[in-house]
Ligand binder design. Structure first.
Ligand code: IMP
Length: 466
């Protein structure tokens, strides 16, 4: 089944921040001095993390994925060549960088091999540069089937809102099996003598589960063949063997040796399994809180760059208090080109939600914010940001735990002065039109950390640093 949810952002290296810091001059200290940096999406994904991660990867020695799976992704264009990355950290496109797929990632083996083969075919040398944790869990062939059957069974029994609207990539069932243990397969298990017996045992259990789910979903399914699965897995395991290692130890050694490490967050904070808009969330820890367990390192990242759009977007189901189902929402969608690049599906659009942004900046420990796509707001007749909510007549300044309560929250808006004209000629944040600068400062004051990156257009000189 085609991926209906994943909406990756294409990053053209040519249109990124240049190595010298661009029009802003030399790079600010935060971009070059921190020994450990994390890049984390602060909203519901698609904030433009890829652009910032790829730029920072050139300034780090090790790039680490610590969460999620092939539900995340972006493409990076280098010298006119597009590279689609879902599991491989984007440091791979920077020679001399070590890349780690950590234990907290769930790995589709064939997908990982496909990405690596495609990179090699384009002349990117991945040998001895891409490492896979022996403790990472494997997305097995039953997981995507289970994912889709759970979604359709839930929708059939309890209505469309009962479905999460997953990417269908088996992410949730794989993490569920990690917690269940008896039905889990880790990378290290692929090389154990009892692998065929383990796969036969789990396949039998999964076929029973899938059969029952298919009945509830009123659909059919083809029972999985354990021997065929084992043969495919054996081939993948052999191909990936030279990359499999104790990545936590490798990372710990790198840190001890003073190598600079970049943590590449996948998905985004509001999709976090603990702190996001549960159950309309993904199944892993998407904030910087996940770095320790997902990469196997204490201490997290010194600099945490939180990425947010200057407005709000969301793909798929779930509450979104500031959504604008009107001409404003349509205008944001058109100007921001808010359509999934895979399917062209329109994203839901609305005003920037500072209740949620405060929540995610605090949770992820963002030390600074990158405010993307500010130019999309130029020319709007009015400009609002949500500063608090009203729920059942009560004022609240943090999202409630229940999704149905969040859906009932009425945003309380601050009206800010609209700004007009093109921001594109601006070469520094301080040169922005007064009302645009006031917008940036309003966001800073609300979240309590500096906005250190402002993007005002697609070209390299239009990503402003301070
Ligand atoms: P899952 O991660 O496939 O279980 O999907 C759960 C929810 O997270 C769905 O609403 C997905 O659309 C959303 N989601 C997961 N990863 C991303 C992402 O990288 N960008 C945007 N939405 C995502």
């Amino acid at each position: 089944m085609p991926d209906t949810r994943l909406t990756s952002m294409a990053v053209d290296r040519e249109s990124m921040i240049p190595p010298d810091g661009g029009a802003a001059g030399s790079l600010p200290a935060w971009a070059v001095a921190s020994p450990t940096t994390a890049v984390i999406g602060l909203q519901w994904g698609d904030e433009g993390k890829g652009k910032i991660v790829d730029w920072l990867a050139a300034r780090h020695d090790v790039v680490v994925r610590f969460n999620g799976g092939a539900n995340a992704g972006h493409s990076v264009v280098v010298d006119g060549q597009r590279h689609a990355l879902h599991l491989v950290p984007c440091g791979v496109l920077h020679p001399g960088t070590d890349n780690i797929v950590g234990n907290g990632v769930v790995v589709d083996l064939a997908g990982l091999r496909g990405e690596l083969d495609a990179l090699e075919a384009c002349g990117v040398d991945t040998t001895g540069r891409v490492w896979l944790s022996e403790r990472a869990h494997v997305v097995m062939p039953w997981h995507p089937v289970e994912d889709r059957l759970y979604e359709s069974a839930a929708a059939r029994v309890a209505g469309a809102a009962a479905a999460v609207g997953t990417t269908g990539r088996g992410i949730g069932p794989c993490y569920a099996d990690k917690a269940l243990r008896t039905t889990a397969v880790r990378v290290a298990d692929l090389y154990a003598a009892d692998r065929p017996a383990r796969i036969a045992r789990i396949t039998a259990l999964k076929n029973a589960t899938l059969k029952a789910l298919a009945e509830v979903a009123a659909t059919s399914f083809d029972p999985l063949d354990a021997a065929a699965i084992d043969a495919a897995v054996a081939a993948d395991a052999a191909a990936l063997a030279p990359r499999v290692t104790d990545t936590a130890r490798r990372l710990g050694d790198a840190v001890a040796n003073g190598r600079r490490v970049l943590y590449e967050g996948a998905n985004a904070c509001l999709l976090d399994v603990d702190h996001g808009t549960y159950p309309y969330a993904t199944a892993s820890q998407t904030t910087a809180l996940g770095i320790g367990s997902g990469a196997g390192i204490a201490g997290g990242a010194r600099e945490v760059i939180g990425i947010a759009k200057a407005y709000q977007t969301r793909v798929g189901a779930g509450p979104m208090p500031t959504e604008q189902v009107n001409a404003i929402g349509e205008r944001l969608r058109e100007r921001g080109r808010e359509y999934g690049t895979t399917t062209g599906r329109p994203r839901r659009c609305g005003w920037l939600d500072l209740v949620l942004l405060r929540h995610t900046v605090r949770l992820t420990g963002a030390t600074r914010v990158a405010l993307m796509l500010l130019d999309v707001l130029a020319g709007l007749p009015s400009l609002k940001v949500a500063v608090s909510y009203s729920l059942d007549g009560r004022a609240i300044d943090a999202p409630p735990a229940l999704a149905e309560d969040l859906a009932r929250c009425e945003p309380v808006y601050a009206d800010l002065e609209p700004f007009d004209g093109s921001l594109e000629p601006c070469t520094s944040v301080d040169a922005l039109p007064a009302a645009a600068l006031a917008y940036v400062r309003f966001v800073e004051a609300a979240v309590g950390v500096p906005v250190s990156i402002v993007s005002v257009g697609p070209d390299r000189a239009q990503t402003l640093l301070r």
